[in-house]
Design a protein around this ligand. Structure first.
Ligand code: GLA
Length: 442
């Protein structure tokens, strides 16, 4: 009898509300064309790399056949430069007939048949950033209906060539128009990136109600400088941005560039670790046909993905910026677990960083730590145990930390419960007896 009002109250007071389309309760994952393939439309001379239905079919094949889909990478997202320069006679967007001869609906079917989802790109404004037809306010309903009729599952709506007032009207209108199609379509809004990314110009409460994710800041480029610049902006503004994220509503620091030309192996691990801490969408933009085994291992790291996809959906924070140029990042996870990232911004040699969980605000207790990139387990940690991690220049050490628990059934040690269910981690990684590594040996 008393229960209903309590539940109602809980619902009212529960965290920030999100776009009510039930989608993207964990950060979306997949592949997108822009960072790696840009606006290459030269299919005559560069048929493998131009923006065409072949590119997206190829990437869908790779996602479906190379273990990506099972890890959660299930979206193939078309970015700019897919459309014809002209709308059709009924005013609808249409794909470039030479590069997409089968049309988008057929491409969507190809993906759906493989258990994948299709994303498409539009731009609120007169033109897309690449100069293709944009979606002006009068075209919002038409374009939403066109995308839905093709079987599209996700829309990135960019904001080139529109002003503040048009954006204020257009982004909420597109949200309504997508909902009105009756097709569940994930909605990414580039709106904040065009308004400086911060209040008062950006209203994150509203964004959370109308969009599933949003680009807050500049485009990523294929370099470590770019990854650092983006990381700094997001964590310098964490007081504002961190509380805005949650299930169904995510900050988007842009694509993963792992597997391209700009990052070393250490820097690739750093991007993966930081994006996992940020609860960022894991949207790769790379060439899945020719990925190195190192890049693939980093992108398919089950523990890093599980941390990113934690069902609680709380974005992490930067805890410390040391004078030694070591930084510490932390994210609370479900089942009383957490993730820690130790990042080195140094340029000399591996740095031995000394600390303890207590110094990182952990409460008294007994913990174990699983090293995400080496697969080692560190047991017997109390909050006050001093330990040392060795961090490579522009690299990370990433830990999944969980309280040590006692179990009634000795065969079930109960560790990594969520990771174990959802992500295919090698059995040695799942069930191996913790290797006792005395902190002093690290
Ligand atoms: C903008 C966006 C990019 C990409 C390009 C396409 O720069 O921020 O992510 O979509 O437009 O032209």
């Amino acid at each position: 009898m008393k229960l209903l009002p309590v539940i109602f109250l809980l619902a009212l007071t529960s965290a920030t509300s999100a776009l009510d389309n039930g989608l993207m309760r964990t950060p979306p994952m997949g592949w997108m064309s822009w960072e790696r393939f840009r606006c290459n439309i030269d299919c005559e001379n560069d048929p493998k790399n131009c923006i065409s239905e072949n590119l997206f079919r190829d990437m869908a094949d790779r996602l479906a056949e190379d273990g990506w889909k099972e890890m959660g990478y299930d979206h193939v997202m078309i970015d700019d430069c897919w459309s014809s320069m002209l709308r059709d006679k009924d005013g609808r967007l249409q794909p470039d007939p030479q590069r997409f001869p089968g049309g988008i609906a057929k491409l969507a079917r190809y993906l759906h048949d493989r258990g994948l989802k299709l994303g498409i790109y539009g731009d609120l404004g007169t033109h897309t950033c690449g100069g293709y037809p944009g979606t002006t306010l009068d075209k919002i309903d038409t374009d939403a209906q066109t995308f839905a009729s093709w079987g599209v599952d996700f829309l990135k709506l960019d904001g080139c060539y529109s002003n503040e007032e048009e954006q204020q009207k257009g982004y909420p209108l597109m949200s309504k128009a997508l909902n009105a199609t009756g097709r569940p379509i994930g909605y990414s809004c580039s709106w904040p990136a065009y308004r400086g990314g911060l209040p008062p110009s950006v209203n994150y409460t509203l964004l959370g109600e109308i969009c599933n994710l949003w680009r807050n800041y500049d485009d990523i480029q294929d370099s470590w400088d770019s990854v650092q610049d983006i990381t700094d902006w997001f964590f310098d503004n964490q007081e504002i941005l961190q509380p805005e994220a949650g299930p169904g509503r995510w900050n988007d620091p842009d694509m993963l560039i792992i597997g391209n030309f700009g990052l070393s192996v250490d820097q690739s691990r750093s991007q993966m670790a930081l994006w996992a801490i940020m609860a960022a969408p894991l949207i790769m933009s790379n060439n899945l046909r020719t990925l190195s085994s190192e890049a693939r291992a980093i992108l398919q790291n089950g523990a890093a993905i599980a941390i990113n996809q934690d069902p609680m959906g709380v974005q992490g924070r930067r805890l410390l910026q040391e004078r030694s140029h070591i930084e510490v990042y932390w994210r609370p996870l479900s089942q009383s677990a957490s993730a820690l990232v130790f990042l080195s911004r140094r340029q000399d040699m591996p740095y031995r960083y000394h600390t303890s969980l207590a110094k990182l605000n952990y409460t008294a207790g007994s913990y174990e730590a699983y090293d995400v990139f080496t697969g080692e387990t560190l047991s017997g940690l109390s909050a006050t145990t001093e330990f040392t991690v060795s961090i490579n220049p522009s690299g990370v050490v990433m830990w999944y930390v969980y309280p040590k628990m006692h179990y009634e059934h000795p065969q079930d040690d109960g560790r990594y419960p969520y990771i174990r269910q959802k992500y295919r981690m090698s059995s040695s990684l799942r069930f191996h007896k913790p290797r006792v590594v005395p902190p002093s040996l690290l």
